[in-house]
Design a protein around this ligand. Structure first.
Ligand code: ATP
Length: 598
């Protein structure tokens, strides 16, 4: 029944796309811009046609010189041709660059939209730094392949065929010599191409590793410093950077081999044509103007051939990026809620506190991992405070994760208001809940942005009220810009206790029907703890409050306590009842839960 988590090892293995899948994925990006690409292609073709006419005009010019006719008209026509061709080509290039940027934007928007809807299980599996590098770095590789490569391939092919046909009219023997050389070099280039794709993919992977390593170190910056780990973490990031360099250089090596192939093909063909053509001119089989025109076409071939090579090269690079981007698209996202958009209002419109029931819930985070919940059953009626206690790792926080539907139960049912959480729309379910995580994350931005994060429509009065209830009003008075003071990366300019109170205020502003409070073990001082205790007690009068308790004061205030041990519910009762009849609870209360401000 579990669809949310439990990815297998196979799923985590990243496989490259086949050529067909790559082209299909590429087409999805290009399709919305096909008319712009077509316009760019048209401009490139016009430019190429201008180039194609030049050798013929030169042949006419040489012929006229031989007969003593005037050449001014042809020269003028040639100049106009060159200027117009260049202008059209420049316009086409702009259209393509703009389109390429739009393709990158579209890919980034799709990825970002998906990333924030990923299932928690997927998000836990893939390092955030790697995901970030796919959004920022890999998408840029789409730029070249999505438009320029398409146009280069098309114009290159058209110009190549046109030149070859014209050359066939001039002299088939010389064409045979030319094609022989081109096919030879082309075969060598074809061997090199897959190496470019492989090296690019490795290089992009290494860029992802740089982000992962950086995110790891910068995300625990103080710990890195306090542990004296700057050097080691630097080495780690550098190692990834060196891997990126190595594969980048490898890719550059093969690209330069491929990139110089066009020159080489034409130069070799030039020598061969010069030898064979010279003999044919000497024997009177062809006039010298034909040889000159043929040689000019030969040099004209450099461009289409280099365009074809460029197209294939950037396709190889792009294919690597498309594979990595497609991998994100394959990560599973949270299900679109049944009736999403319509249901939430209806669901949140139900007034009053929500009830919670676990029915024989079993759960493990992934196949192969041990069960965290085994037949967990308990019932929490609307209103009142229910505390969850138990040794570390007993599965208390996991109760909250299942209620929020961050993960889905492997067996049994989790019910909110008597309705299976899987039958709720996700926004509807979550909008009924206020959730304070154990580490009380505060986001970069101002204090106001943080408070309004879960309730963007809260009024100033609501904010004032919640600030005074959580004793944050004195902090706001002290801050230089009050509520509009930035709190730093992850709230680093606030104290641990302040961060926790901000997180609680944020949850309360949401006016939740169910408040989930994962108590931090040692964040609050006695005064603030007392104040918050009053707030939570007050909130519990009108809302269902579930607390993972680490403080004695919390459990003594609780209406009921659920004692968990090794993934099972051991007993349920009030503090007095449990002290009298549950040895583990009595022990916990006497030790871990004893100090009120632990
Ligand atoms: N995302 C996860 N993936 C895999 N295992 C996890 C994950 N989160 C928690 N666990 C494991 O599940 C078990 C229960 O974790 P949980 O956080 O529910 O315990 P807890 O009772 O809240 O502990 P504590 O009091 O220390 O916070 C632990 O053994 C933990 O290692």
């Amino acid at each position: 029944m579990n669809t949310a988590s439990a990815p297998t090892t196979d799923e985590t293995h990243e496989t490259s796309l086949s050529a067909r899948q790559t082209v299909k994925a590429l087409y999805v990006y290009v399709r919305p811009h096909r008319w712009a690409v077509a316009l760019g292609l048209l401009c490139a073709l016009v430019g190429a046609a201008g180039g194609l006419l030049q050798p013929l005009a030169t042949k006419a010019l040489v012929d006229r010189l031989a007969t003593g006719e005037t050449i001014a008209g042809i020269l003028l026509a040639l100049t106009v041709l060159v200027v117009l061709g260049t202008a059209v080509e420049a316009f086409g290039a702009y259209v393509l660059e703009r389109t390429a940027e739009s393709v990158v934007l579209a890919a980034r928007r799709t990825l970002v939209g998906r990333l924030l809807r990923l299932r928690i299980a997927e998000w836990e599996r893939v390092p955030p730094g790697d995901l970030m590098s796919r959004v920022t770095s890999d998408t840029t590789l789409l730029r070249a392949v999505s438009t320029q490569a398409v146009v280069s391939a098309a114009t290159g092919a058209v110009a190549f065929v046109a030149a070859i046909v014209t050359m066939a009219f001039l002299d088939t023997v010389l064409l045979g010599v030319t094609l022989g050389v081109v096919v030879l070099i082309g075969g060598a280039v074809a061997l090199v191409m897959p190496r470019i794709a492989r090296a690019t993919e490795r290089s992009q992977e290494a860029v992802g590793e740089i982000s992962v390593a950086l995110e790891r170190a910068l995300g625990a910056f103080r710990t890195v410093k306090a542990s004296g780990a700057e050097e080691r973490e630097t080495v780690r990031v550098e190692a990834a950077a060196r891997r990126a360099w190595r594969h980048g250089v490898k890719s550059a090596k093969w690209e330069s081999v491929a990139g110089s192939a066009d020159e080489l093909a034409v130069q070799l063909a030039f020598l061969a044509v010069l030898a064979v053509g010279g003999a044919r001119v000497a024997s009177g089989e062809i006039p010298v103007s034909t040889l000159i025109a043929f040689l000019l076409y030969l040099f004209y071939l450099i461009e289409p051939v280099s365009r074809l090579i460029e197209a294939v090269t950037s396709y190889q690079e792009g294919a690597a990026a498309i594979s990595r981007i497609a991998h994100v698209e394959r990560l599973s996202t949270e299900p679109p809620a049944r009736g999403e958009g319509a249901c939430p209002r209806q669901e949140t419109a139900v007034p009053g506190p929500a009830s919670v029931r676990f029915e024989d819930v079993s759960f493990r985070y992934r196949a192969g991992l041990p069960y965290v919940h085994r037949q967990v059953s308990f019932e929490v009626p609307g209103t009142g405070m229910t505390a969850f206690v138990g040794p570390s790792g007993a599965g208390k926080s996991t109760v909250f994760a299942l209620i929020e539907r961050f993960h889905e139960a492997t067996g049994g049912r989790v019910l909110v208001d008597g309705k299976d959480v899987r039958d709720w729309s996700l926004p509807g379910l979550r909008s009924a809940i206020g959730y304070v995580e154990q580490d009380a994350p505060v986001l970069a931005g101002t204090l106001r942005e943080n408070l309004l994060f879960a309730a963007p429509d809260a009024t100033d009065d609501d904010i004032r009220d919640v600030l005074s209830r959580t004793r944050l009003d004195t902090l706001v008075e002290r801050l230089p810009h009050g509520l509009d003071t930035p709190v730093g990366h992850r709230g680093s300019t606030l104290s641990g206790g302040e961060r926790q109170r901000v997180a609680i205020a944020r949850a309360l502003l949401r006016r939740p029907r169910l408040l989930l409070l994962d108590e931090a073990t040692s964040q609050l001082d006695a005064v603030n703890e007392l104040a918050l205790r009053d707030v939570v007690t007050e909130v519990a009068r009108e809302t269902t409050v579930l607390v993972v308790a680490h403080r004695l004061s919390t459990v003594t205030d609780a209406d009921r306590i659920v004692v968990m041990d090794a993934g099972r519910v051991r007993s349920v009762g009030t503090h007095e009842e449990l002290v009298a009849r549950d040895r583990l609870y009595a022990q916990l209360a006497a030790t871990q839960l004893l100090a009120p401000t632990r």
